[in-house]
Design a protein around this ligand. Structure first.
Ligand code: NAD
Ligand code: UDP
Length: 313
């Protein structure tokens, strides 16, 4: 198949490009390099079935493709809050352009949505039926509401124009190829521990997240995309739930060194708890994560250690 991946030079996009290319597909990887890097996909550039395009999803595009994965959007809070208007435009216009193309060429189209559509949840763990608790005027809204509107567009194109859609709600995912200065908690804590710097805990560190290893997530993507008769939304994530203090402790145990914990103000609207209910993914896709946080951290730490040794972090 010929497959378009927007945001293909990013953390998750590059893993998806690699996996789909290895399975014998032709890949068009589109990215504006806001948070993506050519080094993430440099090893694929010599493959004649891999094509790299510098393009912004907020501008229209046309390709003859069989499938579209729409991943373009900064995912880390400091990055998506850097230019919040652009973040909303990326989600909304990116969705419109992917859906318009899918409608025109009859492609199946996949949206990388997020657990952030549940906001600061009052139900725990979060099933897909939970409608969420999002502050529409807060500092996270550019991302949360942008992604919620993208989901709305996906379902309206499906109902109104019969577009073949798949929507995944991704919970916090980590692994090699995250940016060292990405600002997300796993990369921050690992890089701080490796450099012997203070570990920055926001708030009291008792807020929770559930961390999924990238390879597990990509397997879930591919199962959902290639299953007939399902639109989603489907939660994909690892139900293992940790406080940020537990995460820091685990990383410090693995890295060693003498970093100390320091406490900083909690950013606005930061969700207090998050854990996916993955009953639907298990039933419909036969999917569940295989890699425990404790095991997935090892290759992630190795990746950052190598970047630091090369002077790239
Ligand atoms: P990332 O920031 O590494 O990747 C996003 C990619 O999109 C980057 O390569 C970036 O340059 C590109 N991009 C951003 N704006 C663009 C634009 N206007 N036009 C073209 N390209 C653009 O983040 P990631 O973790 O790989 O996330 C990928 C997708 O998954 C995002 O849509 C994100 O919202 C979603 N997601 C990720 C997580 C996670 O934990 N990693 C959780 C929930 C949702
Ligand atoms: N966090 C932290 N220290 C950091 C970065 C993040 O304590 O250096 C916290 C953050 O406040 C949040 C959690 O870790 O409660 C997860 O943050 P991240 O940005 O990785 O993901 P998100 O909040 O989008 O789930």
């Amino acid at each position: 198949m010929r497959i378009l991946i927007t945001g293909g030079a990013g953390f998750l996009g590059s893993h998806l490009c690699e996996r789909l290319l290895n399975e014998g597909n032709e890949i068009i990887c589109m990215d504006n390099y806001f948070t993506g890097r050519k080094r993430n996909i440099a090893h694929l550039l010599n493959n004649p079935y891999f094509e790299l395009v510098r393009h912004d999803v907020t501008e229209p595009f046309k390709y003859e493709v069989d499938q579209i994965y729409n991943l373009a959007c900064p995912a880390s809070p400091p990055h998506y809050q850097h230019n919040p208007i652009k973040t909303t435009k990326t989600s909304v216009l990116g969705a419109i352009h992917c859906l318009g193309l899918a409608k025109r060429v009859g492609a199946r189209v996949f949206q990388a949505s997020t657990s952030e559509v549940y906001g600061d949840p009052e139900i725990h763990p979060q099933p897909e039926s939970y409608k969420g608790s999002v502050n529409p005027i807060g500092i996270r809204a550019c991302y949360d509401e942008g992604k919620r509107c993208a989901e709305t567009l996906f379902f309206d194109y499906h109902r109104q124009n019969n577009v073949d859609i798949r929507v995944v709600r991704i919970f916090n995912t980590y692994g090699p190829r995250m940016l060292p200065d990405d600002g997300r908690v796993v990369s921050n804590f690992i890089v701080q521990a490796l450099k012997g710097e203070d570990i920055t805990i926001y708030g009291d560190g008792l807020q929770t997240r559930s961390f999924c290893y990238a390879d597990d997530l990509i397997e879930g993507f591919i199962r959902l995309m290639n299953k007939d008769g399902i639109t989603g939304p489907v939660n994909i994530g690892n139900p293992g739930e940790f406080t940020m203090l537990e995460l820091a402790e685990l990383i410090l145990k693995k890295v060693g060194g003498k970093s100390k914990l320091t406490f900083h103000p909690l950013p606005g609207d930061d969700p207090k708890q998050r854990r996916p209910d993955i009953t639907l993914a298990k039933q419909e896709l036969g999917w569940e994560p295989k890699v425990k946080l404790e095991d997935g951290l090892d290759p992630t730490i190795d990746y950052f250690r190598k970047l630091l040794a090369e002077g790239k972090a």
